[in-house]
Design a protein around this ligand. Sequence first.
Ligand SMILES: [Zn+2]
Length: 399
Amino acid sequence: MTTTNYTNANFFDGAHDGFTPNSWFSVDDMTGRVVASGTGSPAPADHEVDFHGQYVMPGMINCHVHVGADAFHTTDGPDNEATTTMMAIKNLRDAIQAGITYVRNLGTSYDVDIKIRNNHDRYGFPTPGIVAAGRAMSITGGHGDGADHKDGDSYLVDSPDEMRKATRQAFKNGADCIKVMATGGVMSKGDDPRDVAFTPEEIGVAIREAHARRRKVAAHAQGTEGIRVALEAGIDSIEHGIYIDESEAGFMVEHHVYLVPTLNAVEAIVVKGPGKIPEHMTRKATEFSQAFYDNMRMAVRKGVPMATGTDAGTPFNDFKEGYWNELDLMVNKIGVSPQDTLYAATKNAAELIGVDADYGTMEPGKFADFIVINENPIADINAIRQDDKQVYQHGERRF
Ligand SMILES: [Zn+2]
């Protein structure tokens, strides 16, 4: 075995608060895993990389992306399997360059996320690690069943039996998790975030099928009633959560259910959307944004577990700046501390998406997925925006 020592770092390992100065860690070059870390001078190794006092932290995780979506072409984006795949490859490259070494994809047509997860090594292009939901579950006419719905888009599910069949098919196709559209949404034309979609029985079947395979279910859930239905059925995470109320937040604290706020999905539409995307989207987003931020601040105050996700691929919400904006909004819009924001982006995210045995922290035994930046993101979260940051996966430098 040969090892590489990374030395002279300000090091946040993802498990302990703060950046510890004058730190080192060593990585097994064969396995790409961290073998030890400490401060001062390490025992000699085969290779050494001196970080000269830069800031090193675990690679970040985006728990909610849509790899096949084009953030800058809302109405004429990818519409077949080839264009969806090409878009996904570009988005995933942007994500790594941004410092994101793992993503959870929550709904992409043609199971493109599953196919890329299975084949990117073979065809020689780096991607973040991928937890893939494949095609999402939607009710007929729900968020996930637009007028242009075609074969290969969401599963359309209208009874508990259909849900059983669709989730089993998704797992057969290679899904790592299940995404259910539990309410209406901002992006879809014919419904409203306050609309309840699946019945408790339908969601319950999805959760039973997933949990029977030790997998998780994420719910797109925006209205109060739909959030309640998902929580009572035993959902593993609430995505967006626009109209979450105090009792639901309390339930999530008590049962350790993660909230993935996707703040930038709303902010980007409100700020950059008017005049450029369909009016129903900007109108809904603007109408709901104030309540959204108020409710997110309430959830932060109550201590709801949070993991970082952006809904990347929605209008003007790309895989790079969109993520940096999300961290900025967590700190400066809803009052998460910079330290807790870094946990949401690393350790918490890894736990939510189910990869925490190998990722999310830089403790010995885990993969050496990390980023290197010039300034301290706890002093200023926007240090994370550095465009020429170094990004490593399994001890190999990608950028
Ligand atoms: Zn989404």
